[in-house]
Design a protein around this ligand. Structure first.
Ligand code: NSP
Length: 289
């Protein structure tokens, strides 16, 4: 499957037609007639066109005023979380992680997740490396935050190998599920040099934030997380990882405030697409194909 440059449909018009159906083990996304179905390619890359000078300078259009308001309200990404709260909750409170938290997780579901996420993380490395290259051209501070994330992936890959061997999960000759393959293809597209930094850093933040929120919930008060899964939850649910995600979010907000309208629109579409992919990915872990 290849991803074409994104279409012209505004994210707002798509999202008002999205519903999620909750089921004990999976979250189903339902898109109405004028939205694409789940099986169609995701369109996330910015269209190549020249924005007007006003849009570039972000000066006086009603949209740029709206953006300034969003910045004052705690950042554009925060307003997107609120705007797309159904999808966001679908990704961050998925039955898979909720079951880890309440202790009812099937160990075979955890093993399935482990193997698929190992595949994902290996593909995540070149994506993060591409964000690092883009960050290095923006600011030394951004570069250091992204470099920290990239460096930690080496330990993460080792952790997956150790966990797999502890749990008798073979990482050789894995069957890669469609949801994993599709998500990896999205990462590949987002790795391209022509993807704007604002879009790439927003994607990076969203990917990390879903795991942070999901696994932090498994450690919050009232949890019944079985001891054998606590280490996994701490990997992404720790205060340190939360701080790192906040730094990514601040970088994304800063870039989005300065970006032309078409890049902001592309970043929002990418944010939505990532939430959809995260849900599909959890669904596989919960027993889907
Ligand atoms: C699918 C997925 N999403 C996010 C992460 C966190 N890096 C991950 N490991 N896997």
């Amino acid at each position: 499957m290849t991803h074409e440059p994104r279409g012209t449909k505004a994210p707002e018009s798509r999202l008002c037609h999205v519903r999620t159906l909750l089921h004990p083990t999976r979250v189903t996304l339902v898109l109405d007639a004028d939205c694409r179905s789940n099986s169609q390619p995701h369109k996330t890359l910015p269209r190549q066109h020249s924005p007007s000078k006003k849009a570039v300078n972000g000066e006086s259009s009603p949209k740029s005023k709206k953006r300034r308001k969003m910045a004052d309200a705690g950042g554009i990404t925060k307003t997107w979380i609120k705007k797309h709260i159904i999808l966001y909750t679908g990704a961050t409170r998925h039955p898979f992680t909720v079951r880890i938290r309440d202790g009812s997780i099937d160990p075979s579901a955890f093993k399935r997740w482990l193997a698929q996420d190992y595949v994902f993380v290996r593909e995540f490395v070149p994506f993060v490396a591409s964000v690092l290259i883009k960050a290095s051209k923006q600011s030394p501070e951004d570069m250091e935050v992204v470099l920290g994330g990239l460096a930690s992936l080496s330990g993460e890959i080792d952790w997956f190998k150790r966990e797999a061997s502890k749990r008798d999960v073979s990482l050789a000759n894995l069957t890669v599920h469609n949801a994993t393959r599709n998500y990896c293809r999205l990462l590949e597209k987002l790795t391209l040099p022509e993807v704007e930094y604002a879009v790439a850093i927003t994607a990076f933040w969203a990917i990390e934030a879903v795991y942070q929120e999901s696994f932090a919930h498994c450690l919050e008060d009232g949890n019944n997380t079985p001891p054998e899964f606590v280490e996994a939850c701490q990997r992404w649910g720790s205060p340190g990882f939360r701080e790192y995600c906040r730094s990514l979010q601040q970088i994304a907000n800063r870039c989005l405030e300065k970006a032309p309208e078409h890049v902001v629109a592309a970043a929002e579409t990418t944010f939505i697409t990532i939430l959809e992919h995260e849900i599909e990915f959890w669904n596989v872990s919960s027993g889907g194909t």
